[in-house]
Design a protein around this ligand. Structure first.
Ligand code: FDA
Length: 454
């Protein structure tokens, strides 16, 4: 067994862990990043499938994501805008397709008024929530006890308005059914992006992509760390105490003064802690679970929808693929659509054979774009639910009541063990921006703690 010693050991070479490692190095501390997979990036993974470059994980950057934008600029990466010329499409409860422009779906005028009023009301509520401390909201307990679905039902009888407003948080963000998370959790999701209006605005939230793929962010951050990033090293055991930490993988022992767990919180229990984590963390961690969404990539010989004056943007809470976009790569002659199949719908299609699932998903795309959508030259489903070191997509959220009960201790260190991950973030929650913010924060806290200990 090889033994190495560093100031800080970091479990996980995703955006959070690699950001923290670089900051700590700059502050003069030595680091080792232990990564379970045979690659860096975690939920950022740009790969070539059947000749098409695909973003299997995260890809979009929005204007408010300052920490991510700063890292992208610092690494010298170029960005480009998502294609958005032309009309979007919406499919209503009767299956009727309507083309539209702007943010508000083309619904009946009375439904539109209800949706606009709900968005205004949610914006006002979100403005009262500090994304970094939603549990401090004066009504946190009450808002955390009611599911978002039940709250919407209290607000209006208009089912289509409810379905559409729920879609922005449930299918599109937390990727759990709206009965499975609280209204406080929904407000946090919106507050983390600045407002509810920002979530509704696809042009804002899905604004830019990185030329060559977003995985370059972790790849370039890791390059700077050289041999201090160790792949194929799942941490099995973490001993901790006043003297520091010792991590054991299958072939390494790493001793350090501090550890950072920089991975999805649902994976903490994969590590044997010696001594065990305190009662509070044992409880807290059980109340967080991953959402689940299939990201579907369909590449065509050309972006045929543009010929029909369509932007590629499509929404419907009544379709298997509840949202889809033009995801054509920068400078690519071929056209790519990306669509999303969320939560219970994803469960359902995973009960089918791969061929049947593909057929159902492509049929749903054809409802938006016409029969040509049935014949992609490349088809791929990102299935993060079967990834052992992630277990879902996009990220983790609390069950009903969990956020106000446990949230304040999400990022509280346990002795020398610190926590950093997009799933623990306020601003940038569930996004790469949040991962980077958490990486910076935890590094600052460890630098302060190490100075205090000198
Ligand atoms: P992340 O999970 O990336 O990294 C943790 C690392 O720890 C992993 O590499 C894992 O292997 C490793 N690990 C776990 N346990 C370990 C152990 N015991 N020992 C050693 N290593 C261990 N965001 C965004 O901003 N824009 C977007 O468009 C999207 N879209 C999107 C699509 C899909 C399909 C997914 C899955 C996710 C997104 N996201 C996104 C979310 C974004 O990708 C995500 O929030 C961050 O990449 C998470 O970064 P972290 O570093 O926090 O964790």
């Amino acid at each position: 067994m090889v033994e190495i010693t560093r100031d800080v050991l970091i479990v996980g070479a995703g955006a959070a862990g690699l950001t923290a490692a670089n900051d700590l190095r700059k502050a003069g501390l030595s680091v080792a990043v232990l990564e379970a997979r045979d690659r860096v990036g975690g939920r950022l993974w740009t790969d070539v499938i059947d000749g098409a470059m695909l973003e299997i994980g995260g890809q979009w950057v929005s204007p408010d994501q300052e920490a991510l934008k700063e890292t992208i600029a610092e690494l010298g990466l170029a960005t480009y805008s998502r294609y958005r010329e032309g009309e979007s499409v919406y499919i209503g409860p009767s299956g009727e397709l309507t083309r539209f422009t702007g943010d508000i779906f083309p619904v009946a005028p009375e439904t539109e008024k209800i949706m606009v009023d709900l968005i205004d009301k949610l914006d006002a509520m979100v403005a009262e929530v500090d994304a970094d401390r939603p549990w401090e909201h004066p009504d946190a307990a009450a808002l955390d006890e009611i599911s978002f679905e039940a709250w919407l039902a209290q607000e209006t009888d208009d089912q289509e308005a409810r379905d559409n407003i729920a879609l922005f948080i449930a299918g599109a963000m937390l990727t759990k059914p709206a009965h499975a998370f609280s209204t406080l959790q929904a407000l946090l999701m919106a507050a983390s992006a600045g407002s509810f209006t920002n979530l509704v605005d696809a042009d804002f939230i899905l604004d830019e992509r990185v030329v060559g793929g977003l995985q370059q962010v972790p790849l370039l951050l890791a390059e700077r760390l050289g041999d201090d990033v160790l792949l194929n090293q799942p941490v099995r055991t973490l001993e901790w105490g006043e003297a520091g930490v010792t991590a054991t993988t299958d072939d390494l022992t790493v001793k350090a003064r501090f550890a950072i767990l920089a991975h999805a919180p649902v994976l903490y229990s994969r590590i044997s802690f010696v001594p065990p984590m305190p009662r509070r963390q044992h409880q807290l961690h059980q109340h967080l679970s991953m959402g689940f969404v299939i990201k579907v990539h369909a590449v065509y010989d050309r972006p045929f929808w543009r010929e029909q004056g369509l932007s590629g943007t499509a929404f419907s809470p009544y379709e298997l693929v509840h949202e889809a976009y033009d995801n054509t790569n920068h400078g690519d002659e071929r056209g790519t659509l990306v669509g999303f199949v969320s939560d219970a719908h994803a469960d359902r299609v995973f009960e089918m054979s791969a061929e049947d699932r593909k057929q159902h998903i492509l049929e749903s795309l054809s409802h938006y774009y016409g029969p040509e959508a049935m014949n992609p030259v490349v088809y791929y489903e990102s299935d993060w639910g079967s990834e052992e070191w992630t277990r879902g997509a996009y990220a983790a959220s609390f069950d009903l009541g969990g956020l106000h009960r446990y949230g304040a201790d999400l990022r509280t260190p346990v002795g020398p063990i610190h926590f950093a991950c997009s799933d623990l973030a306020g601003a940038g929650y569930q996004h790469v921006d949040g991962a980077i913010r958490m990486g910076h924060l935890v590094a600052t806290n460890i630098v302060d703690a190490s100075r205090g200990a000198e």
